[in-house]
Design a protein around this ligand. Structure first.
Ligand code: UDP
Length: 237
């Protein structure tokens, strides 16, 4: 497979065309941003970790029956994935209160929920990714009713699976963001990444944050936290 011209550069990844029109290559960067791009920095080694961790987790999700965009890892930072058009929804599932949920509803962080929550935001940086409900997404033509139902079903199944994978390595899955894409034939698949950039991961005993909040909140030790999750998940750094 030949890597051709760059199609897109996002905040954490670049996307390249290939000689196969149905395949693109994602290339993970060490750049870190927060607060809708207002805070910028670098987490050294993050690109390699997020690439490997995403592929590892997507492989396990595929094995459990969740369709994903994953095809094949090509190098430390590069992976071949199915070319999709991203559904412009940020899909967030939460098990424990934190972040914008705690702020919006005036509750403390760390309260476990009886049932996971499912929420959607409009993926639109110019508007600051505003929260929306199903009817808003339909009104804006962002997805069909059937697609939203499928995305919700996948997101909750993914939550149950990821929660289990994390529990095995002594980590509580607090919340996470997913993105879905549509392949050329209209199939909805899990896309983007699953990493400490997109998940809140707390050590189950110490409640130490092992995710991007270390960068967002200037806690220090972001590199070590990403490496720790990687080591526990895959037994390597
Ligand atoms: N998240 C993300 N990208 C975003 C917004 C949120 O990956 O643009 C993830 C975030 O890492 C956390 C979850 O989604 O695991 C819920 O984030 P929240 O809504 O609490 O927003 P935040 O506090 O990060 O602004």
């Amino acid at each position: 497979m030949k890597k051709l011209e760059q199609l897109y550069e996002g905040k954490a990844k670049k996307v390249f065309a290939t000689d196969d029109p149905n395949v693109v290559i994602v290339d993970y960067k060490d750049d870190a941003t927060a607060f809708n791009g207002e805070k910028k920095g670098t987490i050294v080694g993050k690109g390699v970790i997020n690439n490997k961790m995403t592929n590892h987790l997507m492989g396990k999700l595929e094995a459990a029956g969740i369709p994903t965009h994953y095809i094949q890892q090509l190098s430390d930072r590069e992976t071949a994935v199915k070319k999709v058009s991203i559904v412009p929804l940020e899909v967030i599932v939460r098990n424990i209160s934190a972040g914008s949920f705690a702020k919006r509803y005036g509750v403390e962080e760390g309260i476990p929920f009886a049932e996971p929550t499912f929420e959607l935001s409009y993926k639109n940086d110019g508007l600051g990714d505003p929260l929306l409900n199903d009817s808003h997404a339909l009104a804006l033509g962002l997805a069909t009713k059937e697609e939203i139902a499928l995305i919700r079903d996948y997101a909750l199944r993914i939550n149950a699976l990821l929660k289990g994978f994390m529990k095995e390595i002594g980590i509580d899955l607090v919340d996470f963001k997913l993105e879905f894409g549509k392949t050329a034939d209209g199939t909805i698949v899990l896309a983007d990444e699953i990493s400490p950039d997109t998940c809140r991961l707390w050590d189950e005993k110490t409640h130490e944050k092992l995710d991007k909040d270390r960068f967002r909140r200037d806690l220090g030790g972001a590199e070590e936290a990403y490496e720790e999750v990687m080591r526990r998940l895959m037994g390597e750094q």
